[in-house]
Design a protein around this ligand. Structure first.
Ligand code: 13P
Length: 253
């Protein structure tokens, strides 16, 4: 059975002390309350706070992931972080292909595919992001765009490797804008993505893959979004920076 997942993408936010407070508050809440069965919480802080968060996660209340990775093993790549490093810290997850990396750092589908491979080589589960920008949605091209991102970013994987992927559908027009996709819009795209996976790998495999929604997800809309059959949780930006909001979202299953 596929997992319900609520992952927090802190992006480039918080001082060390703020990160420390946030993670402590989260641990306290998780010690006092249990998440629904088959529900996993993942926290993706900036690189400098990974150790802080993974130390706090020792009792497995939540898992920790990075926000990006370099496509090479190691070497002269100033400022970059490798999958071997993340692996040596025993991290289990890493976001790849976030729209902010596609837009501001020119990441292509081909580069993202290499990062996916690199992570899997070191047993780290990629949280693979896809989603259309506003102009594409307005031109009714969202399905074509997401199909290309999924095909070019993931479909080189074999059956065994595709099941070690989490997909996050994040319509770019909903990220940080307060404008959330409606539950119907989210379900429609998630079902489309699952259909693509089923066509390529078979229904059984497609049914095992968690597909998360991202874009202005908050406590007030999480329940309605997660209630859809193909929405298996969320990738949360802004609301993951407030322990109570993030926790409430995780309790929305
Ligand atoms: P917001 O929740 O702030 O809209 O961000 C979503 C996101 O980009 C998560 O990766």
């Amino acid at each position: 059975m596929r997992q319900n997942i609520v992952a927090g993408n802190w992006k480039m936010n918080l001082s060390f002390d703020e990160a420390d407070n946030l993670i402590e508050e989260l641990v306290e809440k998780l010690e006092e309350n249990e998440l629904a069965p088959n529900t996993r919480m993942i926290v993706c802080p900036p690189f400098p706070y990974l150790e802080l968060c993974s130390d706090a996660s020792v009792d497995s209340y939540f898992a920790v992931g990075a926000q990006n990775v370099n496509e090479n093993d190691n070497g002269a790549y100033t400022g970059e972080v490798s999958a071997t490093m993340l692996h040596s810290m025993e991290l289990d997850y890493c976001i790849v292909g976030h729209s902010e990396r596609r837009a501001y750092y020119g990441e292509t589908d081909a580069l993202i595919a290499k990062k996916v491979d690199q992570l899997q080589k070191y047993d780290i589960t990629p949280i693979f992001c896809c989603g259309e920008v506003l102009e594409e949605r307005e031109a009714n091209r969202q399905f074509e765009v997401v199909k290309r991102q999924i095909t070019d970013g993931l479909f080189h994987l074999d059956k065994e490797h595709i099941t070690n992927i989490i997909i996050a559908y994040e319509p770019v027009w909903a990220i940080g804008t307060g404008k959330t996709a409606t539950p119907d819009q989210a379900q429609e795209m998630h079902a489309f993505i699952r259909g693509l996976l089923a066509e390529k790998y078979g229904k059984e495999v497609a049914d095992e893959i968690s597909i998360l929604y991202g874009g202005s997800c908050k406590p007030s809309n999480a329940k309605e979004l997660f209630a859809n059959p193909d929405v298996d949780g969320g990738l949360i930006g802004g609301a993951s920076l407030k322990s109570e909001d993030f926790f409430q979202i995780a309790m929305s299953f």
